[in-house]
Design a protein around this ligand. Structure first.
Ligand code: NI
Ligand code: MN
Length: 226
């Protein structure tokens, strides 16, 4: 059994059948919605969609403490290496790689790409992250607008994490249209209500999705087995 735990905003952990711990977008200590502190997070791999502070978050400190491998775009793992992270794996959008826990593919997203705390020296576009492991297909959309590229994921995703906060990413209506495009079995809304600017009622999103997918609304700290 795999377990997804949502930690507020876009941060989540996935524990695979063999106990490998994947942390995605590790934004904890400055995340008003987080249920955990970065210093308490276990990680074998850290996957990061992009360099904005609410996604890169505590990546460097967690990677240094745990020895976890950081997986992201080549530019962003280069930034992490320069900050002292020992184990990194750089990829780029459209590329996939087989890791011991499963196969990771970076997928297109439309969003800005500056790196937090680096004065824009390192920039890279946001990616979505598609992970195939133990017969499951798990997709974290990162920060993205509604784009036609999402149609390429149709039939390839079982569980989709989609932003619904609006202002910086898709809002509920566009995220519901993304569900039409991707056709996941289960969709979990993320990237909302962390701050007033992205306040949303996930039940509105659930109504918009209707019976097109099962909408699992997870409060920060809640886990879901799949
Ligand atoms: Ni962002
Ligand atoms: Mn964001």
């Amino acid at each position: 059994m795999a377990t997804l735990t949502f930690h507020g905003h876009a941060a989540c952990t996935v524990r695979t059948d063999d106990g490998t711990c994947l942390v995605i977008d590790p934004f904890f200590d400055d995340n008003p919605a987080s249920d955990v502190r970065a210093g308490d997070v276990h990680a074998d791999y850290i996957l990061v969609t992009h360099g904005h502070g609410d996604h890169l978050g505590d990546c460097v400190s967690i990677a240094k403490r745990t020895g976890a491998t950081v997986i992201s775009t080549v530019e962003l793992v280069g930034f992490c290496s320069a900050k002292g992270v020992k184990r990194v794996h750089g990829m780029n959008i459209g590329g996939a790689h087989a890791f011991p826990f499963g196969r990771v593919k970076l997928t297109p997203a439309a969003h800005g790409g500056s790196v937090a705390g680096d004065d824009g020296t390192h920039t890279t576009p946001c990616a979505g992250i598609l992970i195939e492991f133990d017969g499951r297909r798990f997709y974290h959309a990162g920060d993205t607008a509604l784009i036609m590229d999402l149609q390429l994921l149709r039939g390839r995703v079982d569980v989709a994490l989609l932003p619904i906060g609006d202002n910086f990413t898709m809002g509920p209506e566009d995220a519901a249209r993304a569900v039409d495009m991707i056709e996941p079995r289960v969709v979990i809304p993320i990237h909302y209500s962390t701050w007033p600017i992205i306040q949303q009622d996930p039940e509105d999103f659930k109504r918009l999705v209707g019976d097109k997918a099962l909408v699992e609304i997870l409060a920060p700290g809640a886990s879901w087995d799949f």
